[in-house]
Design a protein around this ligand. Structure first.
Ligand SMILES: Cc1ncc(COP(=O)(O)O)c(C=O)c1O
Length: 390
C-alpha cells in the first residue's frame, strides 16, 4: 500500500521525466524579458513616492482591511476607487477583486447556471477555465481565435449562452478579433465575458484597454481588468452594468468570502492610474519597443517562421519540445537575458516556446542583441539536438 507522499512523489517524478517539473526560481538581476511589468510601473521610483505620499497623507491609518467587503472590509475609499474605475473603463459600475484570478473564477462560477452554455477560446487563462468548471453550465472550447469554430459551437449551445475570450492571449500575445466575436455573439444572442488582463494599461486612453479603444465596451456583458501586470500594482476589477455588479456582490463567492484588499493596495491602484494619465509617453515608448522587436526579427528568417505575430508586449517563438526549449532558455539566461521557456502541458505538446515580454526599460540595443543571440543559440542547439538524435 502506497502512502500519500509516495503517490505525490511519483507524480512529481513523472514531471521530471517529461522535463516539466515546476520549481520556484531565484529571481536574479538579469535583463528582464519575462515579467508582466510592461510599462515599468512596478519599479518606478516616482510612482512609489506618489503612492507613499498619498498614503501617508490619509487622515486615517489601516494596515489590513479587517474583513470582507460585506462585513467590515468596505470603505468609502474603495467605493470611490470603484467609481473612478467605472469612469476609466466607461462602464456603469466596477467591482474590485483581490486578483484577476479571483475575478475570473468569481464571474464564471456565479453567472452561468445549469442548462446554460459556456463557449470559450481554447487558450483562455486557467482562472477562467476554473470558474467555468465550478459552474453547472455545459462547457465547450473553440479553436483559438477561430470564428468559424466559435459559430459552430454556439450553433449547438442551449440556455443562456456565454462566450469567453481574452483581448491579448497570455501565451501567444496575439489579439482577439473583438468586433467579429461580438457580431457572432449578437447572431446567437450570446453574452461576451472579456478578459483584458494583458491590455489594461497598455492600450487606450488612461490604459482603458482594447474594448474601449475600439468603442465596443457597451456591447460586452462583462469585462475583467487586472492591475498586477502593466499597472505595476495588484488587484483587479470587473466592469459592466449596475445589475451585473449588484449580482456579483450577492452571488460571487470569491468576492463575498474573502478579506478585502488593504488600503495600501487601493491607494496604489488609484495612484497608478493617475500616474499613467500624467505619463502617457510610457505607452508610446512600449509601442516603439514592440516595433523594434518585430523589425529585428525580420532580419532572421529562421526565427521569423516560428514567431507568433503579435502587436502586444508578449512575443512568442515556438521551438517545440520541452527539452530543446528549456535548453535554449537556459543558454539565454546564462548570457543574462531573462527569457522563460513555456512548456507543455501549459501549452500544447509540440508548441513549447520561448515567451519574450517587452518593457519600456528594454533598450533597443538590448532587443537587437537578444534577437541576434537567440538566432545563434537556436541554430547551434537545434543542430546539436539533431546530431544527438540522428
Ligand atoms: C489572461 C489572464 N487573466 C487573468 C490573470 C490573473 O490575473 P492576476 O495575476 O491578477 O491574478 C492572468 C495572469 O496571468 C492572465 O494572464
Amino acid at each position: 500500500m502506497w502512502s500519500i507522499e509516495e503517490k505525490l512523489a511519483l507524480r512529481l517524478q513523472e514531471r521530471v521525466s517529461q522535463n516539466n517539473l515546476r520549481e520556484l526560481p531565484i529571481v536574479q538581476k538579469k535583463i528582464d524579458f519575462c515579467s508582466n511589468d510592461y510599462l515599468g510601473l512596478a519599479s518606478n521610483a516616482a510612482l512609489a513616492q506618489q503612492i507613499q505620499q498619498t498614503y501617508a497623507q490619509l487622515p486615517f491609518l489601516q494596515n489590513g482591511s479587517t474583513g470582507s467587503r460585506l462585513i467590515s472590509g468596505n470603505s468609502l475609499y474603495a467605493m470611490e476607487l470603484e467609481e473612478a474605475l467605472a469612469t476609466t473603463f466607461q462602464a456603469e459600475k466596477a467591482l474590485l477583486f483581490n486578483s484577476g484570478y479571483s475575478a475570473n473564477t468569481a464571474i464564471l462560477s456565479a453567472i452561468p447556471q445549469k442548462g446554460d452554455t459556456i463557449v470559450y477560446d481554447e487558450y483562455i487563462h486557467a482562472s477562467l477555465k476554473e470558474g467555468a468548471r465550478l459552474s453547472f453550465a455545459s462547457r465547450y472550447p473553440f479553436r483559438h481565435n477561430d470564428l468559424e469554430d466559435l459559430e459552430k459551437k454556439l450553433g449547438k449551445a442551449t440556455g443562456e449562452k456565454f462566450v469567453v475570450a481574452e483581448s491579448v492571449y497570455s501565451m501567444d500575445g496575439d489579439v482577439a478579433p473583438l468586433e467579429e466575436i461580438l457580431r457572432i455573439c449578437r447572431k446567437y444572442n450570446a453574452h461576451l465575458i472579456w478578459d483584458e488582463a494583458h491590455s489594461t494599461g497598455v492600450w487606450g486612453e488612461n490604459g482603458n484597454g482594447i474594448a474601449c479603444t475600439q468603442q465596443l465596451q457597451n456591447q460586452i456583458f462583462a469585462r475583467i481588468y487586472t492591475f498586477g501586470k502593466a499597472m505595476g500594482v495588484h488587484g483587479a476589477c470587473i466592469a459592466g452594468s449596475a445589475v451585473l455588479i449588484d449580482y456579483l456582490v450577492n452571488f460571487a463567492r470569491p468576492f463575498i468570502y474573502t478579506t478585502a484588499l488593504p488600503l495600501h493596495s487601493l491607494v496604489s491602484i488609484r495612484e497608478a492610474f493617475k500616474f499613467l494619465q500624467a505619463n502617457t509617453y510610457l505607452q508610446h515608448t512600449l509601442y516603439t519597443r514592440i516595433a523594434a522587436f518585430a523589425a529585428e526579427l525580420m532580419k532572421y528568417p529562421s526565427l521569423q517562421t516560428r514567431w507568433i505575430k503579435s502587436e502586444s508586449a508578449i512575443q512568442a517563438i515556438k521551438i517545440g519540445g520541452n527539452a530543446l526549449t528549456k535548453t535554449i532558455a537556459s543558454q539565454l539566461q546564462t548570457a543574462d537575458y531573462d527569457v522563460r521557456a513555456i512548456l507543455s502541458p501549459t501549452v500544447k505538446e509540440g508548441e513549447e516556446r520561448l515567451r519574450i515580454c517587452l518593457h519600456v526599460y528594454n533598450t533597443e540595443e538590448e532587443i537587437r542583441n537578444l534577437v541576434e543571440y537567440l538566432t545563434h543559440v537556436f541554430m547551434q542547439t537545434t543542430a546539436g539536438f539533431a546530431a544527438s538524435s540522428g
